[in-house]
Design a protein around this ligand. Structure first.
Ligand SMILES: Cc1cc2nc3c(=O)[nH]c(=O)nc-3n(C[C@H](O)[C@H](O)[C@H](O)COP(=O)(O)O)c2cc1C
Length: 334
């Protein structure tokens, strides 16, 4: 569909302007190759493979499964995940393996920009507010993703929604931008493009993909959850996270309310990533901080990735037809 051709699809050589953002413990070679075959581009999450040899092997597996189709690697530059020099080493490792596009997140990429450009990497930096997107543009990233308050995972501190972010970014930015946070319908993609975005980034909506390596009970829980089933925690340690509401979110909220001067270390026994990883493996979603956002309301059934993308594309076509006066708007069926 030519209406969906953007600077993003042209630059990355993909059919649809839809990226699958990095997912800790979940976005692996099987996942990104399913996204690639469906017409988008997905990111293997480097932090899920802390051992260099494992990351190299996973990139090789992704290349084998993707064939000529592109994929990228996500590097969360959170200090605790990828401390100090390791971040630079990971960028070098990724480029050495022939990857050309990365999704960065977590903090200001400025210290790494010279290296990233020398390595020839296309940098799509992810931020939780338009003000950080402007900063990223100034330091020379190629494209920027802005995730709104609705998103699964880390919405940042400002908590501004995607609809406002999109309009503001369309006015303020000069580099191509993408919108993430709450996207799970093709009409949202068309709206984002109309507002100046070059594409969208999805996380939550793709958690029901058959190709995602997670327990079927986890995917069923995601499919059955509604937009009202998320909780925000960790605000007190300035590390806000939106996850499925469960025993852990209730315990964390209680501890945050009751403990003065609380630190991440205090919360660690409850929020450790190991608990979340176990939930993906066992399907028991009662414990762990399991990132998920408001797009749960638009995410109803477990399905092959190709079917999820085909539905998004069909919904986008309907939205475009509506704009062209070829399809009635809701409420106009007199
Ligand atoms: C289960 C899950 C794990 C995630 N892990 C990461 C991660 O490791 N690094 C990262 O940059 N973003 C991560 N994200 C954020 C996504 O890449 C994406 O930006 C976000 O999900 C978009 O918002 P949405 O969930 O409303 O679609 C994660 C999101 C989810 C749902």
């Amino acid at each position: 569909m030519t209406a969906l051709s953007t600077s993003l699809t042209r630059r990355l050589g993909i059919r649809l302007p839809i990226l699958a953002g990095g997912l800790m413990w979940l976005s692996d070679a099987d996942y990104v190759s399913a996204v690639a075959r469906a017409g988008g581009l997905g990111f293997v999450t480097a932090a899920s493979f802390p051992d260099d040899a494992d990351l190299i092997a996973e990139i090789a597996r992704a290349r084998r499964l993707c064939g000529a189709l592109p994929f990228g690697v996500n590097v969360s530059m959170l200090p605790k995940l990828v401390p100090g020099e390791k971040t630079e080493d990971i960028f070098r490792l990724i480029a050495d393996q022939g990857v050309t596009v990365i999704e960065t997140s977590g903090r200001n990429p400025e210290p790494y920009m010279r290296l990233l450009k020398d390595l020839g990497l296309t940098v799509i930096h992810k931020v939780p507010a338009v003000r950080y997107a402007l900063k990223a543009e100034r330091v020379g990233v190629d494209m920027v993703t802005i995730v709104g308050a609705e998103c699964g995972g880390h919405p940042g501190l400002d908590m501004v929604g995607s609809f406002v972010n999109t309009a503001m970014a369309g006015e303020a930015l000069r580099i191509p931008f993408l919108i993430g946070g709450g996207v799970g319908h093709g009409s949202q993609l068309v709206a984002a493009l109309a507002m100046g975005a070059s594409g969208v980034v999805l996380g939550t909506h793709l958690l029901v993909a058959e190709e995602l390596n997670a327990h079927p009970d986890y995917k069923t829980a995601i499919a059955n959850a509604t937009e009202r089933d998320t909780a925000l925690t960790m605000q007190s340690v300035r590390n806000t996270v939106r996850t499925l509401a469960n025993e852990t979110t209730r315990a964390v909220a209680e501890m945050e309310a009751q403990t003065p001067d609380i630190t991440i270390a205090d919360l660690m026994p409850l929020v450790s990533g190991k608990i979340g990883r176990a939930a993906y493996q066992t399907g028991d979603v009662s414990r762990g901080l399991l990132s998920a956002g408001h797009a749960l309301g638009l995410t109803r059934t477990i399905a092959p990735m190709a079917e999820i993308f085909a539905r998004l594309e069909a919904e986008a076509a309907t939205a475009l037809a509506r704009l062209n006066g070829q399809t009635e708007r809701v409420g106009e069926r007199a």
